[in-house]
Ligand binder design. Structure first.
Ligand SMILES: *Cc1c(COP(=O)(O)O)cnc(C)c1O
Length: 437
């Protein structure tokens, strides 16, 4: 399987090139040159497969001529080494818990797979791979924990000082080994600007082998298809034949992967793109006008995106056919007040504590059911563990959140982070002079 650019379908690059470049020079996004169809014998018997077996089947359909079978199998098993259970809340409503990985967010699926793929391609003696990443919270933790200990790689994370939650900060700053953190006295946008400038800097590019780890990398998209197939397998075991997925969306990588799974043959009745008031996509689906906006801060801050970077992939999957797209994807948006009410309703009705992103996906299911009368199985994706967003919850709910053991373990560790302002020269000097790890 070769990969083309959404801006140039004549371009063909190998998977390896797509992974290390992240983005084609024409600023499109890499997509597989064709969408492989999974055999009916696999889909019809999917309930007999485990998560890693499913992951291997799907990865193999896309990558079998890029990575030899045994290597791909080992890679997938290492990357998808945690569960993604579809937990029933009532007889036909399921919460797909995607937060059982090391950073307690769904981004672990993408980041772990990407780090393993990069580690696989890097040969001993090759120049060290320097991953630079700006984070508003969740991405940095997933990338740091994904690359932790991966040979021939080093990660530098920039995060806005005072603007990530305590658990997020611990995940960024206490790991040591090949992970380095810088707290920037500024905003997430400042962090992102510094990283972008570093990628454009000639001297830094001569000295270091720089790569980004952001969500547009095709190696982050592919593993996110695995849990959609696996969720369907779990529902099939319970006798369901079709499913609606509700996906809390920001950059639309998660739902993009779901739609790729659908195009590969996963039987899905409907996808619901659930957003906060950063509603570029819901507005587009309502009006036909795609108009990006500066992002607005909300409780579901990992979805505070005004210009969703993966949207072009979704349009590409549907050959720019909005009519066909709207048959499969519906959308809705929710305010902070509604999100907060949703968190409380999920607690009251199901005794379940959902993070704000997850609550938005739940609200979208309720709305869809009310509007359509649908009474079949619905799965809403839980993209992060509630403990990562402690400030949102009233005390009586916060008290109910169970802190996972992996988090408690980080609590006692010393913070290792340097502090910098927003001047690029300071960041550049830091990169050049910071002692090697
Ligand atoms: C990143 C993130 C999202 C948004 O996912 P996209 O793939 O960007 O749409 C939603 N929820 C949480 C908790 C996240 O970390």
């Amino acid at each position: 399987m070769k990969f083309y650019s959404t801006n140039n379908k004549d371009l063909r690059v190998s998977f390896k090139e797509a992974v290390f470049n992240s983005m084609p020079l024409d600023k499109g996004l890499y997509m597989p040159e064709s969408i492989p169809q999974l055999p009916a014998s696999f889909i019809d018997n999917i309930e007999q497969y485990s998560l890693t077996e499913i992951a291997y089947e799907v990865a193999s359909a896309l990558l079998k001529d890029e990575i030899p079978a045994e290597d791909l199998k080992a890679l997938v098993e290492e990357a998808a080494n945690f569960e993604a259970p579809a937990v029933p809340l009532d007889e036909n409503t399921f919460v797909l818990e995607l937060f059982h990985g090391p950073s307690l967010a769904f981004k672990d699926f993408g980041a772990r797979f990407m780090s393993r793929v990069m580690g696989y391609y890097l040969k001993d003696g090759e120049q060290l791979l320097d991953v630079l990443v700006a984070t508003s919270g969740d991405t940095g933790g997933a990338v740091a924990l994904g690359f932790l200990g991966v040979a021939n790689t080093r990660v530098t994370i920039l995060y806005p000082k005072g603007k990530v939650s305590p658990i997020q900060e611990q995940q960024l700053t206490t790991l040591g080994q090949n992970i380095r953190a810088i707290e920037i006295d500024g905003t997430f946008d400042d962090c992102q600007a510094l990283v972008k400038q570093a990628f454009a800097d000639e001297e830094l590019n001569q000295k270091f082998r720089l790569t980004s780890a952001n969500s547009i990398n095709i190696s982050r998209l592919i593993p996110q298809t695995f849990y959609y197939f696996n969720a369907f397998a779990q529902l099939k075991r319970k006798g369901f034949k079709e499913v609606v997925f509700s996906v809390p969306s920001g950059n639309f990588g998660n739902i993009g992967a779901g739609l790729l799974a659908f195009k590969m043959g996963l039987p899905v009745k409907q996808f619901i793109a659930a957003t906060n008031v950063n509603d570029t996509v819901p507005r587009f689906l309502e009006t036909g006008v795609y108009e990006t906006k500066p992002s607005v801060q909300t409780y579901a801050n990992a979805m505070d995106v005004g210009a969703p970077s993966n949207w072009v992939r979704i349009m590409d999957l549907f050959n720019q056919d909005t009519v066909a797209l709207k048959k499969v994807v519906t959308s809705s948006r929710f305010t902070d007040e509604e999100t907060f009410a949703g968190i409380k309703a999920i607690d009251k009705d199901f005794d379940y504590i959902a993070c704000p992103h997850t609550a938005i996906a739940y609200l979208a299911v309720e709305k869809y059911r009310n509007e359509t009368g649908y009474d079949g199985a619905a799965v809403f994706l839980s993209t992060a563990h509630a403990c990562k967003f402690p400030d949102i919850f009233p005390a009586e709910l916060a008290a109910k959140i169970e802190i996972p053991a992996s988090v408690k373990e980080l609590e006692g560790r010393a913070k290792q982070a340097d502090e910098l302002g927003v001047a690029f020269e300071d960041f550049k000097n830091w990169l050049i002079h910071k002692e090697a790890v």
